[in-house]
Design a binder for this molecule. Structure first.
Ligand SMILES: [Zn+2]
Length: 149
């Protein structure tokens, strides 16, 4: 056996050991066939929409916010507040709506959250929120559907 082939085999065997763990940590599934390319990029490629682009920044009606992919209820309008960041922001999520994961991209340590039902990426949660629990969920507007009461 050539040395290079041997190295390749070793490399792939080691890589395959870690792959199942990485994939099983948060399972992702596209449920809504009408998601746009931009929505897919954010929800399944851990992307971020441009700040200030979501019409939901200005949404002030009573209602609830659902996952654009699987329709799970994620936030109630009472938890929404104007953070001035350009992204729809909430100080509290529906209990059990999200799963979190540590994200080290861009040289920062941030807590990223995903829909617990479909695994879609929604945004990051920070500890500088105005509510009693001090949370600020910074959510991509494209991942949300607002359902007025
Ligand atoms: Zn979902």
């Amino acid at each position: 056996m050539k040395k290079r082939t041997f190295i390749k085999i070793i490399f792939y065997s080691i890589a395959s050991l870690f792959l199942p763990f990485k994939l099983s940590s948060i399972e992702k599934k596209i449920i809504n066939p009408n998601l746009s390319e931009e929505q897919k990029r954010i929800m399944f490629g851990e992307g971020t929409e441009r700040a200030g682009t979501s019409p939901l920044n200005f949404e002030k009606r009573k209602g609830s916010y659902h996952c654009a992919n699987c329709n799970a209820k994620l936030f109630d309008s009472v938890s929404k507040f104007d953070s001035g960041t350009g992204w729809p922001s909430f100080n509290e999520a529906i209990p059990g709506a999200f799963k979190t994961k540590v994200d080290y991209s861009f040289g920062m340590k941030r807590i990223e959250y995903h829909c617990a039902k479909c695994g879609a990426h929604h945004g990051h949660v920070f500890d500088d929120g105005p509510g009693p629990n001090g949370k600020r969920y910074c959510n991509n507007g494209l991942c949300l559907i607002f359902v007025p009461e």
